[in-house]
Design a protein around this ligand. Structure first.
Ligand SMILES: Cc1ncc(C[n+]2csc(CCOP(=O)(O)OP(=O)(O)O)c2C)c(N)n1
Ligand SMILES: [Mg+2]
Length: 323
């Protein structure tokens, strides 16, 4: 392996994936009790991608996550407390309760660009950030994510074309989860492997198993190193499956049960658990201890967020247009 992960790093990846899953499960259960207010996008199936991509960056690098990248927001230092408070529209939330959602959760002190929209409006912003690093001769990299559906929009093509011709230090990850809301991949593009499109822009295209956390880490790390060395952008396609509906209100009856069952076998956390046990990096009890820690963190986050006040009405126009 080009980039060897030490045992403590492997356990860190496990922890971040577990925390992401614990957050997702708590958030969904909370909404199903009728207590949530904003849109709730399931993360199940995306944990390995969001966590290991963020793990491959330096703190100075800029990241522009999307609505299925909770793992990246957490790993980058936004606490479960602040994110849950955001989902409850509280002043203590990341966007000060301006959007009770994972949308707009930027924090420029942590080099996180707030999510602009799906389809893929963060992409040109991230390309701009990458180009600014070149102009200023800063050894920094930008990384952003987009969906399979978003990869068929005009803005995706324009952004990648510009990134390539400018040799911008950017890594673009398409999280191919087989669906764009209710539209299956085959109905929105005739290209089965989105990574293939990279040659049309003049950049390397890399296809990764998005449910293999170490494979994603290695692939992203290589692309990040290439960008930092001045060798331009990379398009990465990480294949996974959206295991739940588009958001909590969507029962996703349109997804064949056999497809979900096949992907369930490849669940990124279960797979990594098996691998860590096989390698003797930890025993079952140590992993269960990490799981418990995540549950405790989530209970604390929810209890804290529920006690936080809503924004004051007279501050409603503050920070609407800029962070
Ligand atoms: C400009 C715009 N059009 C439509 C929407 C509604 N919308 C949000 S996500 C989505 C589907 C996105 O699919 P994909 O890019 O595959 O990402 P995924 O949700 O599967 O991760 C749609 C239609 C939007 N947010 N913005
Ligand atoms: Mg999709």
């Amino acid at each position: 392996m080009t980039h060897h992960l030490a045992p403590d790093q492997q356990l860190e990846l496990y922890y971040w994936m577990r925390l992401t899953r614990a957050f997702d499960e708590s958030m969904i259960a909370y909404w199903k009790q009728g207590k949530g207010i904003g849109g709730t996008f399931s993360q199940r199936g995306h944990e390995a991608i969001s966590v290991s991509a963020a793990y491959a960056l330096e703190p100075d690098d800029v990241i522009a996550p999307m609505h299925r990248d909770l793992g990246a927001y957490l790993l980058r230092g936004l606490s479960p407390r602040r994110i849950f408070a955001n989902l409850l529209g509280r002043e203590a939330g990341v966007s000060r309760g301006r959007d009770a959602n994972l949308h707009g959760m930027g924090d420029l002190e942590r080099n996180i660009i707030g999510f602009v929209s799906h389809l893929p409006h963060s992409l040109p912003v991230a390309v701009g950030a990458a180009m600014s690093f070149t102009y200023r001769k800063e050894p920094r990299v930008a990384l952003t994510f987009t969906g399979d559906g978003a990869s068929s929009t005009g803005l995706f093509h324009e952004s990648l074309n510009l990134a390539a011709v400018q040799r911008a230090p950017i890594v673009v990850i398409v999280e191919n989860n087989q669906y764009a809301y209710s539209t299956p991949l085959a109905q929105q593009t005739a290209v089965p492997d989105i990574a293939e499109r990279a040659s049309g822009y003049g950049m390397p295209g890399v296809m990764l198993d998005g449910n293999d956390v170490e494979a994603v880490y290695a692939g992203v790390r290589e692309a990040v190193d290439r960008a930092r060395a001045g060798d331009g952008p990379t398009l990465i396609e990480a294949k996974t499956m959206r295991m739940l509906g588009h958001a909590v209100h969507d029962g996703a009856e349109y997804v064949p049960a056999e497809l979900l069952a096949a992907w369930e076998e490849k669940d990124p956390i279960r797979r990594y658990t098996r691998l860590l046990l096989e390698r003797d990096v930890a025993d079952a009890q140590e992993l269960a201890e990490i799981d418990r820690r995540c549950e405790v963190e989530m209970l604390d986050a929810i209890e804290w967020a529920e006690q936080m006040p809503l924004p004051q009405a007279d501050t409603v126009t503050e920070r609407v247009y800029a962070a």
